[in-house]
Design a binder for this molecule. Structure first.
Ligand code: ADP
Length: 230
């Protein structure tokens, strides 16, 4: 669960990036975060990842109170969150399999576990046939699927996706969001930052709009893909 109570973030130099934000996202939810450039979306994400600290207020993420979080416990928090970036951030010299296995190798996961878990998450994103390929042999959409598999490999409670469709052919953006929806349907909370109105309109759901560092609206809207019942 994510909970922000009266959270403000002021950067050195005096920019108020977030002002008195109150927000609760329950386990298992899917929410879009939308807003213009400079609205405070990245600051919100950095706050949840403990990359920036709240100037005032309280931030709770997956049972951690970030104000009280010791530096030594930060990796424990991070392991409960999978992050997907706009630019994929795959390692070009590693295969799909190794890009994902790497996450488990650095935390000294048992080899037996790696050998079962990695193929499983690759199959979840529909890329079993590309496990031995390198990132530059894949399309943008496929690379983002690998990035999602990598984010899932630690079995996180929460996936944060920062403009995951920003570098993808618009026609494939819907498929990528569908994939996140499928992951969410299995219980993982998903928070997706996007500025693509057509995606938000299509899928609907919880939309959190940030404007000038405050939440302008936070509503559940119907998507245009829903079958209307009469
Ligand atoms: P968004 O992700 O919605 O584009 P940001 O969270 O990046 O917005 O930025 C919110 C505000 O904080 C903007 O005015 C931006 O210029 C400012 N800002 C972001 N990062 C920093 C920083 N490291 N130092 C100072 N100001 C920053």
């Amino acid at each position: 669960m994510i909970e922000l109570k009266d959270v403000s973030v002021t950067y050195p130099g005096g920019v108020n990036a977030l002002t008195d934000v109150n927000l609760k996202i329950n386990d298992g939810e899917f929410a879009f975060i939308v807003g213009c450039s400079g609205a405070g979306k990245s600051t919100m994400i950095k706050l949840l990842l403990n990359e920036v600290a709240a100037t005032s207020g309280e931030v709770h993420v997956n049972g951690f109170n970030l104000k009280k979080l010791k530096r030594s416990k930060v990796p424990k928090l991070r392991r409960t969150i999978g992050v997907v970036f706009q630019d994929f951030r795959l390692i070009p010299t590693m295969t799909v399999y190794d890009n994902i296995a790497f996450v488990l190798r650095v935390i000294d996961a048992p080899l037996k576990y790696i050998r079962s878990r990695v193929p499983y998450v690759i199959s979840l994103v529909g890329l079993s046939h590309k496990a031995k390929k390198y990132p530059d042999e894949l399309s943008g959409g496929e690379q983002q699927r690998v990035a999602l598999a990598r984010a899932l490999v630690n079995d996180p409670d929460l996936i944060i996706a920062d403009e995951p469709t920003g570098n993808i052919d618009p026609a494939l953006s819907f498929e990528i969001v569908e994939l996140f929806k499928g992951i969410n349907a299995c219980g993982t909370t998903v928070l997706m930052v996007t500025h693509e109105h057509n995606l938000v309109k299509h899928f609907g759901g919880r939309i959190i709009n940030i404007n000038g560092g405050t939440i302008a609206f936070d509503e559940i809207v119907g998507g245009s893909n829903e079958v209307k019942q009469f």
